[in-house]
Design a protein around this ligand. Structure first.
Ligand code: AHG
Ligand code: MN
Ligand code: MN
Length: 338
């Protein structure tokens, strides 16, 4: 089609219209997109590319790494280290930050990523993805881990690429959310949706129900009321989806609404939740807010949380605004009663 808008053209036009994307940031986003394209090819090859299965190593979270976790991590680092747009990177798969080597110029941005989200779905051919978040490096000489500890509200770009029936890149630079589908014949991402909006109400929730016995009171109450359907206080029936890839669950919510929940639970009471704040919850929360939805840990807006550790975890409830606010209200009521 003649009027296809590529990611490159979209970024150039955004830059021209309101100067919202400095050229270094534009380069950064294009490089991340290129890396995602190459991860998408590796994912597509599957068994033919020898990329399935475990890698016999653990990451800093104590999780067994899959071969594709490591491949995706390497692809992102190799693509991003030489362009001059970054000072350092941080990843779910690396304990420490990765400072751009001296042989390359240092840029003014910091890139954080979950190279492969939904690892448990790799070998079973279910949607997985890459999540990324971009921060500005604070003033100062050498880059440190402390430079990364900025709240989600400071992000200058965030997005994900979902490797599903289609490969779709979803992006925000703070002016709404746009979606780009990978055209494999052209080898480029093409704009397929702009001004993405999450409906304020929904009848669909996403939570791992197998953890029900470990939940706290507000989570139990919220889900229990949904399950009662038309007979309960909500007066309507709810549907449930759980893909076990946050990218795929969030993508569905950006497409048709819903609420995604990975709350704190009693399995590991000392951890605030399972998901990681800096490269899972923050970028997804910003996308959801940019699309008119909401995101909370039950007590505060995720984007307001002041991080203290690179790999810190967080309780996450995000999606359709009225549902997220309802859950927050239940948390406030439970706090008051205790
Ligand atoms: P990752 O593969 O990067 O470790 O993330 C997996 C996360 C998230 O994508 C998903 O929503 C959740 O873990 C699934 O958890 P359960 O296996 O507990 O359902
Ligand atoms: Mn993940
Ligand atoms: Mn991961």
């Amino acid at each position: 089609m003649a009027n296809h808008v590529s990611l490159t053209r979209y970024l150039v036009e955004q830059q021209r219209v309101d100067g919202s994307i400095p050229s270094q940031l534009r380069l950064l986003i294009e490089v991340v997109a290129r890396a995602c394209k190459s991860i998408s090819h590796a994912v597509n090859k599957g068994a033919l590319g020898g990329v399935l299965g475990t890698a016999e190593s653990e990451n800093v979270q104590g999780e067994i790494q899959k071969k594709l976790d490591i491949i995706a991590n390497e692809v992102l680092i190799e693509a991003n280290e030489w362009g001059g747009h970054l000072a350092a990177m941080a990843s779910e798969e690396m304990e420490d930050i990765y400072v751009v080597p001296n042989r390359y110029p240092q840029g003014e941005y910091l890139l954080l990523f979950d190279p492969l989200d939904g690892s448990s779905n790799i070998d079973v051919n279910v949607s997985i993805g890459t999540i990324f978040s971009v921060l500005r490096k604070p003033e100062g000489a050498a880059v440190t881990e402390g430079d990364f500890l900025q709240s989600g509200g400071q992000q200058v770009a965030a997005g994900y690429c979902v490797y599903g029936p289609q490969t779709t890149l979803v992006l925000t630079v703070g002016h709404g959310v746009a979606m780009f589908t990978l055209d494999r014949e052209q080898g480029s991402f093409v704009l397929t949706q702009e001004h993405v909006k999450v409906p304020e109400d929904t009848q669909e929730f996403a939570i791992n129900m197998s953890n029900m016995r470990h939940w706290d009171e507000p989570t139990r109450r919220y889900i229990d009321e949904c399950l009662q359907g038309t007979d309960g206080p909500r007066g309507k029936n709810f549907n449930m989806r759980w893909i076990a890839s946050m990218v795929a669950d969030v993508h569905r919510i950006l497409t048709r609404g819903g609420v995604f929940m990975y709350p704190w639970d009693k399995r590991e009471p000392n951890k605030p939740g399972k998901l990681r704040l800096m490269y899972e919850a923050n970028p997804m929360s910003w996308l959801i807010e940019q699309a008119g939805g909401a995101s909370t840990n039950g007590h505060e807006r995720i984007l307001d949380i002041a991080p203290t550790q690179l790999h810190q975890r967080v309780s996450v409830v995000l999606g359709s605004k009225n549902e997220v606010e309802r859950f927050q209200h239940y948390c406030a009521q439970a706090d008051k009663a205790s």
